[in-house]
Design a protein around this ligand. Structure first.
Ligand code: NAP
Length: 480
């Protein structure tokens, strides 16, 4: 059969690395009709604000699979990254980043058999990019984590582990500090792990995960994590095996899959014919496995191992300028070695991945009871906190809420004294219902704000929800 696949050469070194990958994939005999599409810098420069033209979107919609080179977001043209736009447009919620030692690539870890995969949530977290200046001097970025997003990524991680015959999955979070957001991934992981009794499931705090990845990376098989953690851990991972030139990735969704190197467009190397195409080629290998072309995928992987290790043919990034071969010479060498097998490094026994099915209902989590038992009002003021406290208490004297405390950047300042706190001009007034059984209405909140506005500028309000009796908010440091 012939596959039709969208190919986005991309910017900088993108055309060189994707040409190399395409030539090698074609040489395996898998029949692919490549549909060439644009995205990135050239598109921004034409005045297209998203960096992704409609023809490219239509092509991926039709073909369901794309191989893409790196895309730049030129400063001054458009705000959002075209890469992130593509991932979001196609609901590619899972970013799979394998980190496997490549024979012949010299690193301090050579011989340690590093072979793990980071499964990074790709759409939520701080990368939702919802940012606001709360005051002229205080910025805020919302960390959005949903139960649905967690369930999808956790199931994908377990299914991926099964497809590669792996025996353990670690979940790396900062749930000890961000108990609700990062904690949601931890809790979801622990619930879903019970369904995968054939796989050992373990939670690890993400900073320790970084430490352990450097000390003993061979202990990991699959690490599932949130978007930001995954971004950082996977770059760390790529450095363990030789650098960004060796780090492939797959963006997986229910219906679409986009394969790309982890690296960017490395503009200083563009057109020099000395860049390493392995990362995008290995992304192509992941694509072949996604298509069920396991033999062709293994043939490329083995040929790469033979080229690097047995023939000792290396590129600038691992050999320096002396003795390195060019990108095109490397491409020819890998093609010439197709069919050869590395004597000691077999490819894994891969199996088709079963994509998880998670309900598409927007309100995945339903509750029986809910109460709004207060509000947090974010005020902009440079006044002394005791003065603000006294003013709010008198302004709210006949309101259904009273001032419980004032905090700054998550630390309680009022009532009481916190002599060491260095405050900024964004303060949070926590107002709680006077009658603990009462649930605030929107009209109550509007009236409370009416009372506060003449005294202080407010920029933001959060309802303090209680779902099924459990507070849906955390306490400040120092709050009782
Ligand atoms: P980068 O392009 O990844 O390059 C950083 C460094 O990584 C290079 O200077 C080079 O290091 C090494 N490197 C990257 N690709 C390599 C390869 N194929 N072979 C060998 N070495 C490689 O990161 P950047 O310079 O920060 O970003 C440049 C542009 O790419 C930016 O516009 C950024 O937004 C974009 N970007 C796009 C993507 C994407 O499309 N997914 C991802 C990241 C960044 P040495 O100089 O030490 O050899």
């Amino acid at each position: 059969m012939t596959y039709t696949i969208t190919l986005i050469p991309g910017d900088g070194i993108g055309p060189e690395v994707t040409t190399a990958a395409r030539k090698i994939i074609d040489a395996t005999g898998v029949s692919i009709n490549w549909e060439l599409c644009e995205a990135g810098a050239s598109v921004f420069k034409k005045g297209q604000a998203t960096g992704v033209p409609q023809e490219t979107i239509d092509s991926i919609m039709r073909n369901k699979v794309a191989l893409k080179g790196p895309l730049e977001t030129p400063i001054g043209f458009g705000e959002k990254s075209a890469n992130v736009t593509l991932r979001k447009l196609f609901e590619a919620y899972g970013n799979i980043r394998p980190v496997r030692e490549i024979p012949g690539i010299k690193t301090p870890y050579q011989g340690r058999n590093i072979d793990f995969v980071i499964v990074r949530e790709n759409l939520e977290d701080l990368y939702a990019g919802i940012e606001h200046m709360q005051t002229p001097g205080v910025a805020q970025c919302l960390k959005i984590i949903s139960r649905k997003g967690c369930e999808k990524i956790v199931r994908l991680a377990f299914e991926f582990a099964r497809s590669e015959g792996r025996k353990s999955v670690h979940c790396a979070t900062k749930a000890n500090i961000m108990k609700l957001s990062e904690g949601l991934l931890k809790r979801t992981f622990e619930e879903i792990a019970a369904e995968y009794t054939d796989i050992k499931a373990e939670h690890i705090i993400v900073d320790n995960a970084a430490h352990q990845l450097v000390r003993r990376p061979e202990q990991f098989e699959v690490i599932v994590t949130t978007n930001m953690n995954g971004d950082i851990l996977s770059d760390l991972g790529s450095a363990l095996i030789g650098g960004l030139g060796f780090a492939p990735s797959a963006n997986i969704g229910d219906d679409y899959a986009i394969f790309e190197a982890v690296h960017g467009s490395a503009p200083k190397y563009a057109g020099k014919n000395n860049i390493n195409p392995t990362a995008v080629l290995m992304s192509g290998v992941m694509m072949l496995r996604h298509l069920g072309e396991f033999d062709a995928a293994n043939a490329i992987e083995q040929s790469l191992y033979v080229t690097f290790d047995i023939d000792d043919k290396q590129l600038r990034d691992t050999k320096g300028t002396d003795g390195a071969i060019s990108t095109t010479e490397f491409t020819d060498a890998v093609i010439a070695n197709l069919g050869k097998k590395h004597p000691t490094c077999p490819s894994r026994a891969y199996h088709p991945i079963k994509l998880p099915k998670v309900s598409k209902e927007p309100d995945l989590v339903k509750v029986k009871t809910r109460q709004v038992n207060g509000i947090d009002v974010f005020l902009e003021s440079a006044a002394a906190v005791n003065e603000i406290g006294a003013t709010l208490e008198s302004a709210l004297i006949d309101a259904p809420v009273c001032l419980k405390m004032i905090s700054s950047r998550g630390v309680k300042l009022y009532p009481g004294t916190n002599p060491t706190a260095d405050v900024v001009d964004m303060l949070t007034a926590r107002l709680m219902v006077r009658d603990s059984t009462y649930s605030l209405t929107d009209m109550d909140i509007a009236r409370v704000i009416e009372k506060i506005s003449p005294c202080y500028r407010w920029n933001h309000i959060e309802k303090l929800n209680v779902f099924d009796g459990k507070p849906g908010y955390t306490k400040s440091h120092g709050e009782e």
